[in-house]
Design a protein around this ligand. Structure first.
Ligand code: GLU
Length: 464
């Protein structure tokens, strides 16, 4: 059975790169009825924070990347890591070492050695444990170690190029490779699919699996994500937190679809796919080698497509949390009905849910504000036209989109002002913006009294 794990270190927000790694793992497990384990690699107490763990779990759940086991804290397994490290000491595959960094550097300088790492000084000294000794792994002097990587192919490293690495610090805290391998063994992980940055450590992991008498899992190291300058995505420089994208109004389905395609594509290269479809077709062997460009604009385009495919009521349901964050949204059945009526034309005009609030403000906010310069340019010179429109509106029996449209078309014909030009001042006067939702529908939902009030108020302001 395929058993995979996603093993984030909780040192920050959940990153799009992590989300893609988690997703690939998830698809790999789900396509064969396998299991997905969530393991929190939280052994670095200084850099890890509990709130990041919650953030990772919440963002994963939001994306729909569910776990079958866990979250298991690596920090709760320290005893086991130590026990396994000591078993290597017993076998003769590890030894205590009391070399200080300065000593090693001095020896390296004095010798002809071209390598700068640990020189194996304590290998045969048979030191006992003391408060200053670390436990090192004894890398075989000869031969080579092979990593079978489903993305990278076979990676062969000569053992003489691998330093005797530390398993336990002097205070007995386990180091990354040891804890990682022991956990993978105990959790019976069959496939380790993770970020490429871990490839250089993988020969060490393979050596440990061998020493523990276990077959190494299959590895797959997925290439990094880069920004438009081809720089590796960075938490400090680039927007990368899944939470931020959620807050802007990305839909999880759109993000999942876009992220899956960063490094993988289905055989027929189609772009829009459901999670089920992607899961059925995903193959690690088809993941590319080269860095993938994380293009937020393209992800936003995907999001727009997903938004337009939503039913009106789903769209409204997803929009409500965004409206509730504004100062002007009132809620209530009447407003929800208006929102539903506006859903089809709003969906067409946004690629992020968060963009909809500006479009809807003129309908639902009790007050609108008009920028002074815009008012002087677009509204003030057309006061008499605006006043005429206010009168025509007052005379309409039915204040619905078709009647409003017919009224304005008539006016355009008799005044010989093209409809588009005619709309500009009355749009600014009633919405505060030069562009927005189609005016007839927008006015219908804003309501006759409010539209006339705003038109007349702007006529009055123009005369001041
Ligand atoms: N904890 C490591 C990280 O967050 C991942 C290790 C692994 O997947 O093996 O980068």
């Amino acid at each position: 059975m395929i058993r995979v794990r996603f093993a984030p270190s909780p040192t920050g927000y959940f990153h799009v790169g992590g989300a893609r790694t988690a997703l690939y793992n998830w698809m790999l497990a789900k396509q064969s009825g396998g299991k997905f384990v969530l393991r929190i690699e939280d052994t670095d107490a200084e850099r890890n924070k509990e709130e990041w763990v919650d953030g990772i779990c919440n963002a994963m759940s939001w994306l729909g990347i569910t776990w079958d086991e866990g979250p298991i804290r690596q920090s709760s397994r320290t005893k086991r890591h130590i026990e396994m490290a000591l078993s290597l000491l017993e076998k003769g595959d590890a030894y205590y070492c009391d070399c200080r960094r300065e000593d090693v550097e001095e020896r390296n300088k004095a010798s002809e050695r071209t390598k700068q790492g640990y020189d194996g000084y304590c290998r045969d000294r048979k030191l006992e444990k003391s408060p200053t000794t670390v436990l090192r792994y004894k890398v075989p002097a000869d031969g080579s170690t092979t990593v079978h990587d489903l993305v990278r192919g076979e990676v062969v490293v000569a053992n003489e190029n691998i330093d005797d690495f530390v398993l336990l610090k002097a205070n007995e805290s386990p180091l990354f490779v040891l804890a990682n391998v022991v956990d993978d063994i105990d959790m019976e992980i069959s496939h380790v699919l993770r970020a490429e940055e871990h490839l250089p450590n993988t020969p060490k992991a393979v050596l440990l699996f061998n020493s523990f008498g276990k077959e190494a899992p299959l590895f797959a190291h997925v290439p990094v994500l880069v920004n438009e300058k081809r720089q590796k995505l960075s938490k400090r420089r680039d927007r990368v937190a899944v939470e931020d994208f959620k807050d802007k109004g990305f839909l999880p389905e759109a993000m999942i679809n876009y992220l899956a395609l960063l490094g993988w594509s289905p055989k027929d290269n189609r772009e829009f796919m459901t999670l089920d479809e992607m899961t059925a077709e995903f193959a690690i062997e088809d993941v590319g080698h080269s860095p993938s460009f994380f293009d937020e604009k393209k992800m936003e385009h995907f999001n727009g497509v997903y938004i337009r495919a939503l039913s009106d009521s789903d769209f409204v349901g997803l929009l409500l949390p965004f409206l509730e964050k504004t100062t002007w949204w009132q809620g209530g059945d009447g407003n929800t009905a208006k929102l539903l009526a506006l859903a089809p034309i709003t969906k067409e005009r946004v690629s992020l849910l968060g963009q909809a609030t500006d479009l809807l403000l003129p309908v639902f906010a009790p007050e609108i504000t008009i920028d002074e310069a815009l008012f002087e340019k677009e509204v003030a010179p057309h006061a008499s036209l605006i006043s005429q429109v206010a009168t025509l509106c007052a005379n309409l029996d039915q204040f619905d989109a078709p009647s409003i449209e017919a009224m304005l078309r008539d006016l355009s014909a008799t005044s010989e002002i093209p409809l588009r030009k005619l709309q500009s001042p009355i749009r600014v006067a009633t919405t505060g913006a030069k562009a927005g939702l189609p005016l007839f529908e927008l006015w219908e939902q804003t309501g006759k009294a409010t539209v006339i009030d705003r038109l007349l108020a702007s006529v009055q302001d123009a005369s001041k």
